[in-house]
Design a protein around this ligand. Structure first.
Ligand SMILES: [Cu+2]
Length: 268
């Protein structure tokens, strides 16, 4: 309150009036501070909307089971040379971007895009594991719910580095030695196809799909996938492959039914 001390008018004001003036200013500042730090209940409710958590009725829940095929001759598998690092396998190693076996395609991310009830789905506390093994990310494609822990482990004798490159979540870039404890991460926001790369080994790539619900799966080596515990309804199902793009289908799931679906990808 010394900012007026050079002002002639202020100097002519009696001392008792200055005291009252200063008390008034301090009271106003105090009230302004209170209104900032203690929002009204209405403000709090608006800032943190509470969507109801959806309960799935086990008596009627169904599932989707399917297979992803590959039509035609798959592209030649690239050979990787990991020999520069003695902690990695020696000799030519097959790339894991395209995995076709007996006409079936692995690492296709299949998820329910539309048709689910509105609301919030329970988030599992069980972590999803991303392991670095034989100088690859295992799995190469994974799904995780927003808020669910991701546990990153190093099973190799090589040093690795885990670098994610999201656009709707914070990025991280961390080294992990063979003896280091697991790195735990979470993603707050749903986001598809977050690339992950090892800065030590440029062939090591993975994709993380952060989902707002638990209705997704990754096709296995035999092309199979299954999405369980779905309430009966009509859904839009999407299948995405890193190289071969995206496909969409409508599918109806009746009460207690296992609806069958099939996707067929081809070289582009
Ligand atoms: Cu690495």
């Amino acid at each position: 309150m010394t900012r007026f001390h050079t002002d002639g008018i202020w100097q002519s004001v009696p001392g008792w009036a200055k005291v009252f003036f200063n008390i008034g200013i301090m009271t106003l500042a105090f009230l302004a501070g209170c209104s900032k730090s203690q929002p009204s209940p209405e403000q709090t409710a608006a800032a943190t909307p509470k969507a109801p958590t959806i309960n799935i009725d086990a008596a009627t829940a169904g599932s989707i089971a399917g297979v992803v095929s590959f039509k035609g001759i798959p592209p030649k598998v690239k050979s990787l040379d990991m020999s520069a690092d003695p902690g990695c396998p020696s000799g030519p190693q097959p790339a894991d971007v395209v995995l076709v076996k007996d006409g079936k395609l692995a690492n296709v991310f299949v998820y329910v895009k539309d048709g689910l009830p509105a609301g919030k789905f329970a988030v599992p506390s069980e972590p999803v594991v991303l392991d670095q093994k034989s100088c690859r990310y295992n799995p190469h494609v994974l799904g995780i719910m927003a808020g669910q822990p991701l546990k990153i482990t190093n099973s190799d004798t090589a040093d690795h580095n885990v670098h994610d490159m999201p656009s709707n979540n914070p990025a991280w870039n961390e080294s992990q030695m063979p003896t280091d404890k697991p790195i735990i991460k979470t993603f707050a926001n749903p986001e598809m196809k977050i690339p992950v790369q090892c800065n030590q080994h440029n062939w090591m790539t993975a994709f993380i799909n952060v989902m707002p619900n638990p209705y997704y799966a990754v096709s296995a080596a035999d092309g199979s996938f299954e999405i369980k515990n779905l309430p009966p309804g009509e859904y839009t199902l999407v299948a995405v492959h890193e190289k071969f793009g995206e496909q969409t289908m409508k599918i109806n799931v009746g009460p207690k039914e296992t609806a069958k679906s099939a996707f067929v990808f081809a070289a582009q």
